[in-house]
Design a protein. Structure first.
Length: 269
């Protein structure tokens, strides 16, 4: 029998009573939820529920009105994106924004933290070291691209990638930055079925093999059911249900929030 009595580790991310107003409009109305360490947590809800606003507020892109954001138990409320980035929390966007003129590999390389070559001008004796750092970055970028099945595209401009490949590239940029908690905004939106499978498998593999925790906003509820546990459902700026997808889907408040949206194919009794 174990004699350990230590407290349970804190969730990777905990949001407590978060509020956000845009003028008189309440976009987040006291949102509380947890993302367990090592989970792929889902965030669902009808259009306008406040999901992206929650991401923006948690990731430091918008200042919260009130409430707290805890990253592995540490209060990071209102911290700027770069500080959260350095602490391992990275968000992706609904519409990916790679540097269009850089190659796919260069897009990854510039996402790596603390590059000496960024601090110009450089003394002559530092140049060899920087070339070695650049070679190491390229090797690391190629490893990440292999994991994402994008290695064949390494030297193409990022603008040449399809929408789904750009989403994979965004995940790759987060990996290059050393993120271990990734907020993914609608990975399936506008992606064809084949790439959707690739994205779903990539998320599951990075979670399983690399221990990366995800919080995923997604409208494709079958994908959420396949990948995510737990799932939180938001509506009108609040969390209205949390739990396993089957429980959340069966919750009458969720069915009511989605009413008319035909997005709950398995909700009927
Ligand atoms: N910068 C802003 N200024 C004013 N209102 C905003 C702003 N950003 C979001 N909103 C409003 O806040 C509400 C929540 O928007 P949000 O984008 O967070 O919803 P969502 O759940 O992500 O929706 P969707 O699934 O359609 O992306 C919406 O009514 C939106 O119009």
């Amino acid at each position: 029998m174990s004699t350990q009595t230590g407290a349970a580790p804190p969730p990777a991310l905990e949001v407590q009573g978060l509020t956000k107003r845009f003028g008189g409009f309440v976009a987040l109305d006291g949102v509380s939820l947890a993302v367990p360490e090592g989970s792929i947590t889902g965030l669902i809800g009808p259009n306008g529920a406040g999901k992206s606003t929650l991401f923006a507020t948690v990731a430091g892109f918008l200042p919260p009105g009130g409430g707290r954001v805890l990253l592995r138990g540490r209060d990071v409320t209102g911290a700027p994106p770069w500080r959260l980035h350095a602490a391992g929390l990275v968000r992706t966007f609904q519409i990916p924004r790679p540097f269009a003129r850089l190659t796919v590999a260069e897009n990854l390389a510039v996402a790596a933290p603390g590059q000496e070559g960024e601090r110009l001008p450089l003394p002559w004796f530092a140049r060899g070291r920087i070339r070695e750092q650049e070679r190491a970055l390229r090797r690391r970028a190629m490893q990440v691209l292999e994991r994402l099945d994008l290695a064949a595209h390494a030297d193409r401009p990022a603008s040449a990638l399809s929408g789904g490949q750009k989403k994979l590239l965004e995940i790759g940029r987060a990996l290059m930055s050393g993120a271990d908690l990734i907020l993914l905004d609608e990975p399936a939106a506008g992606v064809n079925r084949t790439l959707l499978r690739a994205i779903a498998e990539t998320i599951a593999r990075l979670n399983r093999e690399d221990g990366i925790t995800f919080l995923v906003i997604e409208h494709d509820l079958d994908l959420v059911a396949e990948l995510c546990e737990p799932v939180h459902c938001m509506a009108e700026g609040r969390v209205i249900a949390s739990g396993r997808m089957a429980e959340v889907r069966a919750d009458p408040a969720v069915a009511e929030a989605y009413l008319g949206m035909a997005l709950l194919p398995d909700a009927a009794p």
